[in-house]
Design a protein around this ligand. Structure first.
Ligand code: CA
Length: 236
């Protein structure tokens, strides 16, 4: 089954170029030219990846991304044009997985698409090779926080948390290195990979999100502690 990609772009020429090139690479492509239609198609088609332009009629790409993030983990690659947009996406405040700035080369775009899809496939494989239900699974437990490594599930105070893939990866990495000071660069490399170019602010944003979920008082963290000037340390 070919991977399915939803292309959301209001500029006709770019939309058609993207559709043409992605189709030629063997992807199955659906297109939308405004925000509301993008939401509709993302829900009905459940694509494997979404290419999302920021400046769109109806509902902009940030809004679309924010809404979709509440519903799904489909990887989203944002296409940005302006510097302030890049800033927002780099901070990943809207939950995008990656971004590309216009103008970009088709080669670069195809490489990013491929990388994101590969990540998703690896994640699915991990899930598929998870042990059968009922079998004892490997866990990391720190007080009232339980990380099920095989199911990629996290429970806090007996409740299942809804974590994004990167939030889970980050939490797992921190928890596996309990008590150690981890620099932002090290975290970025381990969790996002050496080829990620979003910058260390990504780490801070994800830590902030995680704290909202796993700290009794997110404003006064006792579990994911900031080590000034360096990075973070996980306290069990
Ligand atoms: Ca546009």
């Amino acid at each position: 089954m070919p991977d399915r990609i939803l292309v959301v772009e209001d500029e006709v020429a770019l939309r058609e170029t993207l559709e043409y090139n992605l189709t030629r690479q063997g992807y199955r492509v659906t297109t939308a030219k405004d925000g509301p239609r993008a939401l509709e198609l993302a829900r009905s088609e459940q694509p494997d990846l979404i290419l999302l332009d920021v400046m769109l009629p109806g509902l902009d790409g940030f809004e679309v991304c924010r809404i979709l993030r509440q519903e799904t983990n489909i990887p989203i690659l944002m296409l940005t044009a302006k510097v302030d947009e890049i800033d927002k996406v780099v901070g990943l405040e809207v939950g995008a997985d990656d971004y590309l700035t216009k103008p970009f080369s088709m080669r670069e775009l195809l490489a990013r698409v491929k990388a994101l899809l590969r990540r998703v496939r690896m994640l699915r494989q991990e899930l598929a090779t998870a042990p059968t239900p009922g079998a004892p699974s490997q866990q990391l437990q720190h007080d009232d926080l339980v990380i099920d490594l095989e199911r990629r599930e996290v429970f806090y105070r007996d409740e299942l948390l809804h974590l994004k893939p990167k939030e889970y990866d980050l939490l797992r990495f921190l928890a596996e290195n309990r008590g150690k000071v981890l620099s932002r660069d090290r975290i970025l490399e381990e969790v996002w990979g050496w080829d990620y170019n979003g910058g260390t602010r990504t780490v801070d944003v994800h830590v902030r999100w995680l704290r909202e979920k796993v700290e009794p008082e997110p404003a006064n963290p006792v579990r994911i502690v900031t080590v000034r000037g360096i990075g973070y340390r996980f306290e069990g």
